[in-house]
Design a protein around this ligand. Structure first.
Ligand SMILES: Cc1cc2nc3c(=O)[nH]c(=O)nc-3n(C[C@H](O)[C@H](O)[C@H](O)COP(=O)(O)O)c2cc1C
Length: 145
C-alpha cells in the first residue's frame, strides 16, 4: 500500500472560536481510525499540518479540513508518495509554542524564523517539524504491525 504525505499552511480565523485541546482530541480519534499520522504546529496565528497515510484517506481528510471555518487561506505546500512515515507515533501531535527554543530550531534550517509559505522549502520545513516533534510526548495510536 502506498503512503502519502501532505503538508499545508493556513491562517486561523479569529472570528471563529477555537478550542485547540478539543480539536486535537478529534484529530486523534479520527486519524487513529484511519491510520493517519502527523503533526499540527500552531503558533497562535497560523497552522502548519502534516498528514501521512493512505492516499485516499489523506486526500479525503484534507478536503474535510479545508472546509473547516476555523481557518482559511489554506496553501498546499506539498503532497507526495513517501516510503516511510515521519511521525509514526502521533495520530496527530500538537506543537503549540513559538518560543526561543522553537526559533532556534527554525534558525537551524532557515536564514530567518519568518515562514513565508509562498517560498518556503518544504524539505527544510519538515526537518524543523521533525525536530520539534522530538520534544512532544508520544501519543501512540497507529498500529504498525
Ligand atoms: C487546522 C485544523 C486541523 C484539523 N486537522 C484534523 C485532523 O487531522 N483530523 C480530523 O479528523 N479533523 C481535523 N480537523 C477538524 C475537521 O475539520 C473536522 O471538524 C473534523 O474532522 C470533524 O470530525 P467529527 O465529525 O468527528 O466531529 C482539523 C481542523 C482544523 C481547523
Amino acid at each position: 500500500m502506498n503512503l502519502t504525505r501532505l503538508v499545508y499552511y493556513s491562517q486561523r480565523n479569529p472570528s471563529e472560536a477555537l478550542d485547540v485541546d478539543h480539536l486535537i482530541e478529534t484529530c486523534q480519534r479520527n486519524n487513529g481510525r484511519l491510520n493517519v499520522s502527523g503533526l499540527l504546529h500552531y503558533n497562535g496565528d497560523h497552522f502548519l499540518q502534516v498528514l501521512e497515510g493512505g492516499r485516499v484517506e489523506v486526500s479525503a481528510l484534507y478536503h474535510r479540513i479545508a472546509r473547516d471555518s476555523r481557518h482559511s487561506n489554506i496553501i498546499l505546500l506539498s503532497c507526495s508518495d513517501v516510503r516511510e512515515r515521519m511521525f509514526p507515533t502521533w495520530s496527530m501531535g500538537l506543537h503549540q509554542r513559538m518560543d526561543d527554543r522553537t526559533r532556534q530550531i527554525y534558525l537551524r534550517y532557515f536564514a530567518t524564523d519568518d515562514v513565508n509559505p509562498e517560498t518556503i522549502n518544504v524539505e527544510s520545513l519538515l526537518d524543523v517539524l521533525q525536530d520539534l516533534s522530538v520534544e512532544l510526548a508520544p501519543r501512540v495510536t497507529i498500529d504498525q504491525t
